[in-house]
Design a protein around this ligand. Structure first.
Ligand code: 5RP
Length: 223
C-alpha cells in the first residue's frame, strides 16, 4: 500500500473504532490534515449515526459541512467522547509533534476537551525520538522575532513559515534541529515564552490510542 492508501485505511479504522460508541447525541472532535481528511470522508458514510462534529480548523469544518455534517462551536459543547487527528511525528509514549498544517492551537484545544484522543497515522510518522520534523510554534505576529531569539536559547534553529496566517491570526515558526528528549518539559518551556500562543508538542496531553497504518494492516496501540 502507498501512503495515501495507508491514510485511508486508518481513517476507516478510526470510524470502525468509534462507531459502536456513537448515538444520536454524539458530537465528534475532528482534526486537520490529509489523514484527518480521510477520516472525515469515512465518517460521512455513517453521518446518520451521530449529531455533529467540532472541527480544529476552518478547512476541516468546510469539509465536514460539504458532507452534510453539522459543525458545532466548541464553546457550546460541554464534552466530547473522541478527538481524531493525525500527527507529524509520534513516539512510543504516544507523544506527538503536530502543526504541519498550522492548526496546532485549535487542535490542542479540541484535544483538551475530548475524553479519548485517537491519533491516525501511517507508519512513516512513528519515531523513537521527536524532533526530526521541525517543531511548529504559533506566535502573536509582533512577538515573532522575540520568540525566535528565545527558541535559539533553547537550542533550536527557528525558521519563520512565510506567508502563513493561522485561523487565529497567528504566525508560525518552525524550529529545526531539536532532539527532544523531554517532550513534556520542552512543551511547557516553550509555552512560557511571552508571545507564544502554543507549540506543536502534544506531550502533556498525548494521544490515548494510535491507529497506525502499516503494510501488515492497521495496528492499534494504546497507553
Ligand atoms: C495539522 C496537523 C496534522 O495533523 C499533521 O500535520 C499531519 O498531517 P497529515 O495527516 O497531512 O500528514 O497537525 O496542523
Amino acid at each position: 500500500m502507498n501512503q495515501d492508501e495507508l491514510k485511508r485505511a486508518v481513517g476507516q479504522a478510526a470510524v470502525d473504532y468509534i462507531k459502536p460508541k456513537l448515538d444520536d447525541n454524539s458530537i465528534v472532535g475532528v482534526g486537520t490534515g490529509s489523514t484527518a481528511n480521510c477520516f472525515i470522508d469515512a465518517l460521512a458514510e455513517i453521518k446518520h449515526l451521530f449529531d455533529g462534529a467540532v472541527a480544529s480548523s476552518e478547512a476541516s469544518a468546510e469539509r465536514l459541512r460539504s458532507h452534510g455534517i453539522h459543525v458545532y462551536d466548541l464553546n457550546g459543547v460541554p464534552s466530547l467522547d473522541f478527538y481524531i487527528d493525525g500527527a507529524d511525528e509520534i513516539n512510543d509514549r504516544l507523544e506527538m509533534i503536530k502543526g504541519g498544517g498550522a492548526a496546532l492551537t485549535r487542535e490542542k484545544i479540541v484535544a483538551a476537551v475530548a475524553k479519548t484522543f485517537i491519533c491516525v497515522a501511517d507508519e512513516s510518522k512513528q519515531v523513537d525520538l521527536l524532533g526530526a520534523f521541525p517543531l511548529p510554534v504559533e506566535v502573536v505576529p509582533m512577538a515573532r522575532s522575540h520568540v525566535a531569539r528565545e527558541l535559539v536559547k533553547l537550542g533550536g534553529d527557528p525558521v519563520y513559515r512565510e506567508g502563513v496566517v493561522t485561523d487565529n491570526g497567528g504566525h508560525i515558526i518552525d524550529v529545526h534541529n531539536m532532539r527532544i528528549q523531554s517532550p513534556i518539559t520542552l512543551e511547557a518551556e516553550i509555552n512560557q515564552i511571552t508571545g507564544v500562543i502554543t507549540n506543536g508538542l502534544f506531550a502533556q496531553r498525548a494521544a490515548d490510542v494510535l491507529l497506525l497504518g502499516t503494510q501488515d494492516g492497521v495496528k492499534t496501540l494504546s497507553q
